[in-house]
Design a protein. Structure first.
Length: 227
């Protein structure tokens, strides 16, 4: 009888241990920080950033590049990774959609899975896009960034080339929005946005395609975390 009780206690302890481990790995702490730049539908000087309606047809379609300089997902290092989210921020819930390009070549790597969880469920979690209108591709992403030029290329799918505008008062400083009015990622983005103009903004994915050359763009920094 005593032996059976000991075996049951040991079994209970093992089950409890695995349950705790499952909860530990199911929802790890994570944080990412780095540089963000985007191109959108509007003319340069995007009115959305001032709480006004978008320039064209009340539509705000964006390609947003997140270059992660430092990041952790549990014990997984996410530094030097890139994720691009492309969506229509003004689409109604029954018609919204999103495309994710994640730097990589498959969906089975631990880094790729960590990035997808962060961006689908947290960074873009506010959009609540259903699976049937979500596209996820793991592809090589080329990113190049200097003070005055930001570029991202994803094979034949996306070309994003942002030229930061020089200020007239001081040609060595960019044109900026300070203390931004920006409801999406209001706390996660820096208060200062460096404003720019898209030299090229081409996107093609299935039936979705656009050319927003000459339209608006900006660059800033970001910090997202689970805490």
């Amino acid at each position: 009888m005593v032996f059976r009780c000991k075996k049951m206690l040991m079994l209970f302890a093992v089950v409890l241990l695995f349950c705790n481990m499952g909860s530990l790995f199911a929802d790890p702490d994570w944080s990412i920080s780095g540089e963000y730049f985007e191109g959108c539908t509007c003319n340069p000087g995007c009115p959305c950033l001032f709480g006004s309606e978008p320039t064209y047809d009340r539509k705000c379609e964006i390609s947003g590049v997140f270059y992660i300089k430092k990041g952790k997902y549990g014990e997984i290092d996410l530094g030097n990774q890139t994720v691009i989210g492309i969506t229509d921020l003004t689409a109604k819930p029954e018609k919204n959609w999103i495309v994710f390009y994640i730097n990589g070549d498959n969906d089975s790597g631990v880094i790729e899975k960590a990035l997808l969880d962060i961006f689908q469920n947290h960074v873009f979690g506010f959009a609540k896009v259903p699976p049937e209108r979500t596209t996820i591709r793991y592809l090589p992403i080329f990113v190049e960034s200097s003070m005055w030029r930001k570029r991202a290329i994803v094979a034949e799918h996306l070309t994003l080339d942002l030229e930061i505008l020089h200020g007239n008062g001081d040609d060595n400083k960019p044109t900026q929005i300070v203390n931004k009015h920006f409801p999406v990622w209001a706390k996660e983005f820096d208060d200062v946005l460096n404003m720019g103009r898209m030299v090229a903004h081409h996107f093609r994915e299935d039936s979705k395609e656009w050319n927003y050359d000459g339209r608006s763009g900006f660059a800033t920094t970001f910090i997202f975390s689970s805490k």
